[in-house]
Design a protein around this ligand. Sequence first.
Ligand SMILES: *[C@@H]1O[C@H](CO)[C@@H](O)[C@H](O)[C@H]1NC(C)=O
Ligand SMILES: *[C@@H]1O[C@H](CO)[C@@H](O)[C@H](O)[C@H]1NC(C)=O
Length: 351
Amino acid sequence: MFVLDQCHYYTTESHYITAPLSIEEASFPLAYIMIIGHDFNTFERIFRTIYMPQNVYCIHLDKKATFNFKLAVGKLLECFPNAFITSKSEYITYGGISILRAELICMKELIASDVHWKYTINIGDHSFPLKTNKEIVQYLKALKGKNITPHLQSIQKSTERVKYVHTEHRTRTYSSVLKKHKKKSLPPNQLKIYFGSPYVALTRQFVHFVLFNKIAIELLHWSQDTYGPNEHYWITLNSIPGVPGSMVQGVSETSLTAVKWVFQENIHNGCHGHYWQDKCVYGPGDLEWLYNSSSMFASKFEFDKYPLTVECLELRVRERTLNQSEVQVELDWNFFPHYTYVLEDSTKEQQ
Ligand SMILES: *[C@@H]1O[C@H](CO)[C@@H](O)[C@H](O)[C@H]1NC(C)=O
Ligand SMILES: *[C@@H]1O[C@H](CO)[C@@H](O)[C@H](O)[C@H]1NC(C)=O
């Protein structure tokens, strides 16, 4: 009997890109980190859009994710030799140290990977790329080895987060971070704590520093009982002079990930989807704003709530990706291969 190669079928039918599209991209591999725990449909779309065969993808699955979710992600990633699920996993708590721990698990495994990636990007579980892989590579190359740990300029970040002890509490179905009345000690090594975006792009050398340097390890230890440590850990380390790729001045948030914050409506003229945890979940009415954005990524997207937003954006990124390709584009890489084919044929007939 004929045995169907399910993965081949899946990648072809889903129009995955199966070869590097330029020498520039092939020689500048990226390492993506994703911490996910639910919403498989959104994950599948994000993964397909950021997927390139020369890159490497580390996926951390929340320990409390359902069996079916873990199974679905496992079955998808089985088809890609350059994507893997971490060998260890954390229970993820919003605002807790667990997200940072999960990211560090990924970084350790990424450093050991065969792919000699240049930058790692921790794309949020509901972030979507606005730019092509080539554009992201060119943006990162222009940084000349600097890390991007964006400032959150207009947000009042409460220093209470690092002044008082916070602890993660977990039941079987619910987890949260609670503030205690106990004050924390001062940060180690007299570090000045900065607050920024949790979404960053870090060089390989910086990741080495994070994993093995005493200053970084001591800051991690001190940060364990703070609130939202992933919003101060990267930017604080990246502000230390002499650290590989450090950027003492910092960069604005919008350069990497665009967000419509609820308290910035005077700047972005409102959200056409709905707000969730102060951030806009984009509806189709936000597409023009997203198309105009110069950021590499945007947050947040939910495929099941606003499928049109994700599909329009995905199509746009794919069209630009194929247009920028320096290798022969395969028919299956088009989302509408037959449509394109017929269109080309009919023009020929007219001539
Ligand atoms: C997008 O850019 C165009 C051209 O600069 C501008 O006219 C339009 O108002 C922008 N739209 C949004 C939603 O920002
Ligand atoms: C494709 O690329 C050409 C030349 O680089 C450009 O003029 C054209 O607008 C692009 N088309 C799309 C759909 O991006």
